[in-house]
Design a protein around this ligand. Sequence first.
Ligand SMILES: [Zn+2]
Length: 74
Amino acid sequence: MPIYEYRCRACEDKFAHLHRRADEPAPACPSCGAAAPRKLFSVFSASIAVKTPSCSLGKCPSGGSCKTGGCPLG
Ligand SMILES: [Zn+2]
């Protein structure tokens, strides 16, 4: 049974919901009762994205050597 994380579109509250069926609809916000919350990306997916080298953004994990054109990560 997968657990999904949601963020309420109305009050920005974040909550998790255990889905007992794959086709179970998104739950209402437990704080304000608003329907159709946004489903959040899993923590696993987010960590993969952060580790992707992105020299063009000035955040190269090599320590900044890409500024001189010598980035080992391309
Ligand atoms: Zn809410």
